[in-house]
Design a protein around this ligand. Structure first.
Ligand code: RB5
Length: 192
């Protein structure tokens, strides 16, 4: 299974600006290790605070049953005092480094998890409540972390959303690469 966008060739057919954006995107956001070959294990990272703990437990079971290689970033127990950034940020960094192909981040509403994950350059996290966006978010926007509200969506529906997310692939269409690169360029600018 292909986890990252296909190689960005040279911006042929695009403007000079888009070619530069593409190169920048490729260098900084898509390290070679982020592209897992079709035959490699499907390695998925999961993270949750107490608000998402039960959902995470359920989803880890379902993912493993479906033969995904799951890396659990915690929390390892339901602790009402824990803080979602402590688990979501390590997951997000692992996604950005290509150590896991994609991530599933859960808190009570999914909002905090989404905000935290998107602070990590290279992460494109979205709070998802329905399957259209679970699929199109990957196909068009190259979403690599799905955020869920453990107190909002039932476990079985969360699993449906995760399956749609994991089955979807970035289209790689030039117009989508261009848009993703424009978003990525903000990370570059803000870290200068
Ligand atoms: C924790 O109680 C809760 O605020 C957190 O899980 C999450 O919903 C934040 O967005």
């Amino acid at each position: 299974m292909f986890w990252g966008p296909p190689g960005i060739v040279d911006g042929a057919g695009g403007s000079r600006t888009s070619a530069i954006e593409h190169q920048s995107y490729r260098k900084r956001i898509m390290p070679p290790s982020s592209t897992v070959p079709a035959e490699a294990p499907k390695r998925i990272g999961v993270a949750a605070d107490h608000g998402g703990f039960e959902s995470k437990k359920y989803l880890v079971g379902m993912l493993r049953e479906a033969h995904y290689d799951v890396v659990d970033f915690g929390d390892s127990q339901p602790n009402p005092e824990d803080d979602y950034p402590d688990f979501v940020v390590p997951l997000a960094r692992a996604v950005a480094r290509g150590e896991v192909g994609r991530g599933v981040a859960i808190c009570g509403s999914g909002v905090g998890a989404c905000i935290a994950a998107n602070k990590v350059p290279g992460v494109r996290a979205c709070l998802i409540h329905e399957s259209f966006s679970a699929r199109q978010g990957v196909e068009d926007d190259d979403m690599n972390v799905v955020c869920l509200g453990g107190r909002v969506v039932a476990n079985t529906f969360a699993w449906e959303l995760v399956k749609v997310f994991l089955d979807a692939q970035f289209s790689g269409l030039e117009r989508h690469q261009r848009r993703v690169a424009k978003v990525a360029s903000l990370e570059h600018r803000d870290s200068d």
